[in-house]
Each structure stands twice: as structure tokens, then as C-alpha cells.
Ligand binder design. Structure first.
Ligand code: MN
Length: 236
């Protein structure tokens, strides 16, 4: 088929490196889970009772993706730019209405991620019952490290997750503290979306979120998965 004519070159496909191969992982959608660690839900002022609550989600545009190791400018429109360290699940097979036991077959791999947040804008939207897009879905807000293929890791249910700013630990928790586990999340999310290869799922952040300033360096680690880093540049 002939190439269609476009008015200008289409945006490049956002993608991530994959450990052990030269081929890159093309990113389709970015789903993010809200309040998935009890201590973080409490610090946000909205404790979660799993018996009565459901998981909830927001999305970031794939074009917001930035690879670990980058420097991003301090974003416009905020005075309270926060780090959120998260485990990212990378989907590698289609799935719709999957059971928890089927969920493992959807997982291509895992990565360390940062759900960077304009907290002041998110909280203002929350208070007014408005969408979170200005606080969450902004340029260069979804940071992700290389994808680690699932291999023998299986469905991750434990592992230390931590983040430091300028070498000082701010977040430190364990994946076993996730309120909704990875199989529970994939089963639930696939009730609402046809999950596709290339979909990333940021699984939520532990407590200890906080502000960063121009010149700060963020480093994060997830046991058995790897490292992530981000440098905060001057505002534009
Ligand atoms: Mn988050």
C-alpha cells in the first residue's frame, strides 16, 4: 500500500529499550492506578477500604513518555512538582475480561517508572470534582526505564521499591504492600478496556511523595527490576 500523504510528518512512536534485545517496546497507552498503597492513600487524605472500594485509573498520553536518564525542565503551571515512584507493568498480549489467573499471560515485562505530578493542579481539580489531566497528563510527565522481560519473574508480588532525591531517601516500601495486586489490576482494567501490546500500567506509588526543584536529581530502584533516574532542569 502506498504511503498516505500527511500534511506534516506524524509524531514518532514512543518507545522504550528492552533488556536483552535491540528491539524497542512501542508504547500504545499509559494507564495509571490511583491510591494503591495504604500509606500513600492516607497521606493524600483519602484512605482506602478495599472491602468497599474499587481501583481507579487515570491516563497519560503516550506522547508524555520520557526515557530514564533524561533531564526535563521544571514544568510550567506549577509550584508543587512531585515525584511518584512506581512499578510499571508492560503488556505484551491482548486481553479483554481476563481472569486473575489469565493475567500473567498478558505481561511482557516490568520497569521502574515515575508518575511525575503537578500536585497543586491535581489537588485543585480533585477539590472541584474536575478531571486530573492538568495535574497528571502533561508533557514529559511519564518517566520509564528499560523494560525487563518477565522471564522467570512471573507475577511480581514482592520486592523493595524506593526513591531518593539528591541521594536522600524519600520513598521506601515493598510491592507486597500494593492494595490491588497485579492480577487484580489486570482483571479489573480489562473489564473496561481491550488491553493491547504496548500498554503500560503504572501501578501506584508508595507514601513519601514530595516536591522537587530545579537542579534536583531523582533516583529510584525496584528490587530485581532495576534503576531509574531523572534530572530536573530549569523552568522554561
Ligand atoms: Mn501515581
Amino acid at each position: 500500500m502506498a504511503h498516505p500523504d500527511y500534511l506534516w510528518p506524524p509524531s514518532p512512536v514512543p518507545s522504550l529499550p528492552v533488556r536483552g534485545t535491540e528491539a524497542r517496546y512501542p508504547v500504545n497507552r499509559i494507564f495509571c492506578v490511583g491510591r494503591n498503597y495504604h500509606a500513600h492513600a492516607v497521606e493524600m487524605g483519602v484512605p482506602v477500604d478495599k472491602a468497599s472500594a474499587r481501583p481507579f485509573y487515570f491516563t497519560k498520553s503516550a506522547s508524555t513518555l520520557v526515557q530514564s536518564g533524561a533531564t526535563v525542565p521544571y514544568p510550567c503551571g506549577t509550584d508543587n512538582y512531585h515525584h511518584e515512584m512506581e512499578l510499571v507493568v508492560a503488556i505484551g498480549a491482548p486481553g479483554f475480561r481476563v481472569s486473575e489467573s489469565e493475567a500473567a499471560s498478558l505481561i511482557h515485562g516490568y520497569a521502574a517508572g515515575l508518575d511525575m505530578t503537578r500536585r497543586d493542579l491535581q489537588m485543585a481539580a480533585r477539590e472541584q470534582g474536575r478531571p486530573w489531566d492538568l495535574g497528571k497528563d502533561f508533557e514529559q510527565s511519564a518517566i520509564c526505564a528499560e523494560i525487563v522481560p518477565v522471564g522467570d519473574l512471573g507475577v511480581l508480588s514482592w520486592g523493595a521499591i524506593s526513591l531518593a532525591v539528591n541521594g536522600q531517601t524519600r520513598q521506601s516500601a515493598d510491592l507486597s504492600q500494593l492494595i490491588w495486586s497485579i492480577p487484580e489490576l489486570l482483571a479489573d482494567l480489562s473489564k473496561f478496556y481491550h488491553l493491547q501490546p504496548g500498554d503500560l500500567i503504572y501501578t501506584g506509588t508508595p507514601d513519601g511523595v514530595g516536591a522537587v526543584r530545579p537542579g534536583d536529581r531523582i533516583t529510584g530502584h525496584i528490587e530485581r527490576i532495576g534503576e531509574i533516574s531523572l534530572d530536573i532542569g530549569q523552568p522554561e
